[in-house]
Ligand binder design. Structure first.
Ligand code: NAD
Length: 341
């Protein structure tokens, strides 16, 4: 009977998935905190399936090695599949299934948290008052009331984010390759080209998937057209933006603030603890762009934790069990991901 190896199984993964997985598939599940990549694919020897998260690598080289050790199924416990070479998987006869939706509230609520924290400088207030500084200089925010929120990508998370901001009484503008009636009817949102969204908005939040067509869609050219002082939020994928262009815009003041839950080169960095390492050792893993983003006072970084609520974890666990069960039953796989034709 097929067995499954969970890569990148941090404690929260074990807490939320070990018991339900072992109940559904007794003796057929193993967890490791090791990240999946070409060097670690050999660990999947003896497992017909692996279960990966957002930063586990499944490029062509990894797929080749996974295939050599007999892997036939990649279960993704996330929505995005930008790190999986779907064509390589298809060529090797490896199926891929994902969790296409889980608590959409989790990510949308994180967007609200980042906007509020950056705007009202909660992070600075907290650090200041802990140290005994109760002054107000540098803490001026703005009312969200009447301001314009730009949403790029108006699928489930873009729409849910619009819903969360209703109480702030903002105007909505948006961009997507497909227009959505809910955005227009329920939120009175206006669709416009992405350049106009950036030129009109006080805050822009990104909710498009990372694909060839969206890679670096936020670049120096687009940011040059942005409204001065724009706040940018990215809870989608780091590769949607050209990180250096964002750093330059933050340094010039074109962007007033940046809330990032994802980072272009997060793969070897996020979900790991570097606190015990001195700067020289840290910088073997980090890059100077991340170091610079960390140093900017108008940037808040969360470690790809936007999804991380109890409700989302329960949904991820349920759907992953269903995906594996369908594979074991040789049934049609509801959430299979195939390469584009
Ligand atoms: P979705 O498929 O429901 O919506 C994506 C939308 O993007 C669609 O409406 C699509 O038409 C649009 N789109 C496609 N190409 C576009 C383009 N070139 N320009 C503008 N829009 C374009 O997906 P979703 O559930 O809303 O999730 C969006 C993304 O959020 C996921 O792909 C994933 O990368 C990311 N995500 C991040 C986290 C996190 O924890 N940070 C969690 C879940 C999802």
């Amino acid at each position: 009977m097929a067995k499954v190896l969970f890569y990148s199984a941090a404690p929260y993964v074990i807490d939320s998935m070990k018991e339900p997985m072992e109940t559904a598939f007794p003796g057929r599940v193993k967890f490791t905190d090791v990240r999946c990549c070409a060097d670690t694919a050999v660990m999947a020897q003896g497992f017909e399936a692996i279960c990966n998260f957002v930063n586990d690598e499944c490029d062509a080289e990894t797929v080749e090695k996974l295939s050599e050790v007999g892997v036939k199924l990649v279960l993704l416990r996330c929505m995005g599949f930008d790190r999986v070479d779907l064509k390589a998987c298809e060529n090797k006869g490896i199926k891929v299934a994902r969790v296409p939706a889980y608590s959409p509230h989790s990510v949308a609520e994180q967007v609200v948290a980042l906007v509020m924290c950056l705007n009202r400088k909660i992070h600075k207030c907290h650090l200041r008052t802990r140290e005994g500084n109760f002054t107000l200089s540098g803490l001026v925010g703005f009312d969200l009331y009447g301001k314009t929120l730009g949403i790029v990508g108006t699928g489930q998370l873009g729409q849910r984010t619009a819903q969360k901001f209703l109480g702030f009484e903002m105007k909505y503008v948006c961009y997507d390759v497909y227009e959505n009636d809910t955005m227009k009817d329920k939120f009175q949102a206006k669709y416009m080209p992405v350049e106009e969204v950036f030129a009109t908005s006080d805050i822009v939040t990104l909710h498009a998937p990372l694909m060839d067509s969206t890679h670096h869609m936020v670049n120096a050219e687009l940011l040059a057209k942005a409204k001065p002082g724009l706040m940018l939020i990215n809870c989608a994928r780091g590769g949607l933006l050209d990180t250096q262009a964002v750093i330059d815009a933050l340094k010039s003041g074109k962007l007033s603030a940046y809330g990032m839950d994802v980072y272009e080169n997060e793969g070897p960095i996020f979900f790991r603890d570097f606190t015990a390492l001195d700067p020289a050792k840290r910088m073997k893993h980090w890059d100077s762009q991340l170091a610079e983003l960390r140093a900017l006072p108008n940037v808040i970084i969360t470690p790809h934790s936007a999804f991380l609520t109890q409700e989302a974890l329960k949904d991820i666990s349920d759907v992953t069990i269903k995906n594996f069960q369908e594979y074991c039953d040789k049934a049609e796989m509801t959430n299979e991901v195939k390469p584009p034709k």
